[in-house]
Design a protein around this ligand. Sequence first.
Ligand SMILES: Cc1cc2nc3c(=O)[nH]c(=O)nc-3n(C[C@H](O)[C@H](O)[C@H](O)COP(=O)(O)O)c2cc1C
Length: 193
Amino acid sequence: MDQSVAIINELIRSRRSIFPPSYVEKEIPREVVEAIVANANYAPTHRLTEPWRFTIFRGDGLGRLAHFMAETYKEQTAPEAFTMAKYEGLRSKVLQSSCVIAINMQLHAGKVPEWEELAAVSCAVENMWLTATAYGVGAYWSSPGNVEALGDFLGLEPPQQKCVGLFYMGYHNAPEKPAIRKPIEEKLTWVEE
Ligand SMILES: Cc1cc2nc3c(=O)[nH]c(=O)nc-3n(C[C@H](O)[C@H](O)[C@H](O)COP(=O)(O)O)c2cc1C
């Protein structure tokens, strides 16, 4: 038991946001992606609505997503604000990744409020992030500006279905980074008597 506490402490504290420029050209095997999303399914969920949904882009699928991300930036940006560097950056972020998972929510109107669904989806993402860390896979949750258009691209049906971000993943060569956090003591109120 003591050993598993040490393992979970290490895993939680060493999980970092690892960004595509640090990703290396090495494919994450499909079985590893499956193991990562499998753990998402064990997130807590009020009234067992299990609101997490994922669209997984790998292989040639990444090219389609890269094109969409760059083109929607072009469509949604005034010509004077448009830069080719940003356009290329959006494409290459996807193409540098071995896998990108669209994080989607299936809402259950009248059953649980939306914030509870988002909380459950966030727990699912943390499970994926920790599992990725354990496999040596770098990952980060991105909230792109085109998230509404992304929902259309993914074939989601609003208002019951929503995309809440992209989860970029890749093996990486990023150096170990310490977590930047203020002490927990500043965030606690103890009531003991
Ligand atoms: C819901 C959510 C959305 C995020 N969106 C972005 C994003 O759009 N761009 C980004 O650079 N990081 C994003 N992040 C990652 C945070 O920047 C990162 O978690 C934070 O800097 C702490 O670093 P750490 O994850 O390495 O501990 C997001 C994180 C969360 C939880």
